[in-house]
Every structure is written in structure tokens, then in C-alpha cells.
Design a protein around this ligand. Structure first.
Ligand code: KG4
Ligand code: ZN
Length: 344
């Protein structure tokens, strides 16, 4: 059994956690920065990096105090080393390096996407490799065949916006506030999902990928007509996203057989309509469905500590020269998807 201190700082959540390799979360802390970014309607990288500097040390002290241990009791220090906003990533990674060096412990430089990808295993002890993962967050929308720790085959990605980005931008267009995903979900609960005709980009396409930019533009046009309530547009938008995610995931299930389960992770996985639709899809294909609890879906440090624990067990530790990376694909062999806004 190993005990890992995990640190997350790649976007606008500052977080620290202590997690064991036998799935015990000894302590976890998370400090959001929503109030600092709200006036700008999105995350401002420089504000985020400064906030991480101010908040992170106290969160680390708090988790150690809650678990009543010192740094000497941990077996490794794990931190997100990318992909993400580079200033914030550097704050967390440099902090982890300092702690690892001071305590004489190994460093594990974790890919943030690997944190999301392995998070369902932290909450579900029955989940086994290989599984099909829909990873939907603010920066990414991918289908991955998860073969093992550090072994990911990317089946699909977005050719333009990520799913969470579409939620956030649509929320901004509709004046629903920030962060957009939860705001759209709340508004959608009051609306009619069939009220506004919206496109479903790439639905039924032989190409495996996702696209959301056209949907976002259609939301803008629908709101400019003045004919629909924000609730109806939000509900119709959410339904269109659900339809696209289900269609593309169905295609992946059929194209890459052999998965033991269908799994969803990442911030957008907190959306109940998406969870319900994927549960149905998995059931229809005889697959178990797994999704982490909501707090483990959005950014947190427990998933980074957990990925660190699995990597440490696999002997995958890093030197103190591990770089912070703004872009860091989980499957470096994946071909580029078409389109200009190709995300790592
Ligand atoms: O994984 P995450 O916390 O950060 C990234 O790594 O990007 O994901 C954040 C994204 C944001 O775009 C946010 O709007 C979206 O997840 N999100 C949601 C919901 N909760 C968060 N999207 C739809 N419905 C939700 N309930
Ligand atoms: Zn994330």
C-alpha cells in the first residue's frame, strides 16, 4: 500500500489530496476561483496562476493536518504536469518538485487527462481494464480505449470545440453566467428540449470525431431571433449535445469491441442528462456503465493522487527535470483530426 500527495492546478481549481493505492481518500481540499474569473466570463490564465500561488501551500498543509501525518509519511508527490494553462501547471509542478526534493520522495508528473481517465477506478473497485472512456471536459472531448496505466488509444477527438467549451460559450451567449455547464443544466431543467431546432454536427458520420462549433453558432442565431426563452434554448442545446455524444460513443463501441465497461469522466460528466443517456446506451450494448461521483468528475487532486499511486506501483516515476506542458496528448500516436482548432 502506498500513500500519495496529489496536487492539481492546471485550470481554475487549486487542489490537494492524500490518497492510498487501496482507494482510501485520507483528505482532499479544493479551492475554486470562480469569483475571481466571473467578471471576465471565463478563466484568465494570469489570475489563475497567481491564485494557485496564494492558495496551494495552505491546502497542502490542511490535508496533511487532517490526515495527521507529515510529509515523511507519503510515498510520492504527484502533480499535474499538463496539459493546461501553463502558468498554473508550473505552480503546482514546481511546488511538488520542491516537496519531493525536501522530503526525499519520488515525483510523479501526471497527465491531467490520465487523472480524469483513471478516476472512475478510484470510485469503482470492480472496474477493470480495458474500458471505453468518454472524456468530456472544458478543454477536451475524446473517446479513449483505456488498456492500462499509461496505455491509451484515442479513437476520436473534437475537430473544433470541446463539449465543456460549448456549454461555457453557450451559457455566455445566453447570459446564464459562469461556469457555464451547471448554469445550462439548471436552465435546461425549466425548458423544452424540442423547442428550438439545432444542428447535431457529425451525427451519423463515418468519421469518428466530434464537432460542436456549429452548434454554438446555432445557439447564437437562435437567441438573436428573440423568439425563444433562454430555458428552451438551453434545453435544446443540451439535448443536441447528448445526441452527439451518444451517437459518437455508439460508433466507438461498435468500432472498438472488447471493452469491459463504458465509462464517462471529466467535468461535463457531471451533467445528469448525459449520464442518463450513456447509461441507456451502455445497457443497450450489454455493457456496465461507470461514472465517478460528481466531485470526482470536475477537476480535483484526488484523481491526480490516484493516478500517481497507479503510476508509482507501475514504476513510472519522474525526474525533477520533468517539464510542465501546455499540450500533452494521452495517445501520442493518434493521428491529427481534421480542422484548425486541433486540441492535444
Ligand atoms: O474537467 P473540468 O473540471 O476541467 C477541465 O479539465 O476542463 O471540466 C470543466 C468543464 C467546464 O466546461 C464546465 O462548464 C463543465 O465541465 N461542466 C458541466 C457541468 N459541470 C461542469 N457541463 C455540463 N453540465 C454540468 N453539470
Ligand atoms: Zn479537467
Amino acid at each position: 500500500m502506498s500513500l500519495i500527495l496529489g496536487i492539481e492546478s492546471s485550470c481554475d481549481e487549486t487542489a490537494a489530496a492524500l490518497v492510498t493505492s487501496d482507494r482510501r481518500i485520507l483528505a482532499h481540499r479544493l479551492a475554486g476561483q470562480e469569483a475571481a474569473h466571473r467578471p471576465f466570463g471565463g478563466v484568465v490564465p494570469e489570475i489563475a496562476a497567481r491564485a494557485h500561488v496564494e492558495i496551494l501551500p495552505s491546502l497542502i498543509e490542511e490535508v496533511l493536518a487532517e490526515a495527521e501525518i507529515g510529509l515523511d509519511a507519503v510515498d510520492a508527490v504527484a502533480a499535474t504536469a499538463g496539459p493546461g494553462l501553463i502558468g498554473g501547471v508550473m505552480v503546482g509542478l514546481v511546488t511538488a518538485k520542491g516537496l519531493a526534493l525536501a522530503a526525499g520522495k519520488p515525483l510523479v508528473a501526471v497527465n491531467h487527462l490520465e487523472g480524469h481517465a483513471l478516476s472512475p477506478m478510484l470510485s469503482d473497485p470492480d472496474l477493470a481494464f480495458p474500458y471505453l472512456l468518454l472524456l468530456v471536459s472544458g478543454g477536451h472531448c475524446q473517446l479513449l480505449f483505456v488498456e492500462g496505466v499509461g496505455r491509451y488509444r484515442r479513437l476520436a477527438t473534437t475537430i473544433d470545440d470541446a463539449a465543456g467549451e460549448a456549454f461555457d460559450k453557450s451559457a455566455k451567449l445566453l447570459g446564464l453566467g459562469f461556469p457555464g455547464g451547471p448554469a445550462v443544466e439548471r436552465a435546461a431543467a425549466e425548458g423544452d428540449p424540442h423547442a428550438v431546432p439545432l444542428p447535431r454536427p457529425l451525427l451519423g458520420s463515418a468519421e469518428p470525431h466530434f464537432s460542436f462549433a456549429g452548434l454554438k453558432s446555432a445557439v447564437l442565431r437562435a437567441s438573436e431571433t428573440g423568439r425563444y426563452s433562454a430555458a428552451d434554448i438551453a434545453a435544446s442545446f443540451q439535448q443536441a449535445v447528448v445526441d452527439c455524444l451518444v451517437d459518437r460513443t455508439r460508433r466507438a463501441i461498435e468500432a472498438a469491441p472488447g471493452a469491459t465497461a463504458l465509462v464517462v469522466a471529466g467535468g461535463v460528466a457531471a451533467n445528469q442528462a448525459i449520464r442518463d443517456a450513456l447509461t441507456k446506451l451502455a445497457g443497450g450494448h450489454g455493457l456496465p456503465f461507470a461514472a465517478p461521483p460528481l466531485w470526482l468528475c470536475t477537476d480535483n487532486a484526488a484523481m491526480i493522487a490516484w493516478a500517481g499511486a497507479l503510476r508509482l506501483d507501475a514504476g513510472l516515476v519522474d525526474g525533477l527535470d520533468a517539464p510542465a506542458r501546455a499540450r500533452w496528448p494521452l495517445d501520442p500516436t493518434a493521428e491529427k483530426a481534421r480542422g484548425a482548432g486541433v486540441k492535444a
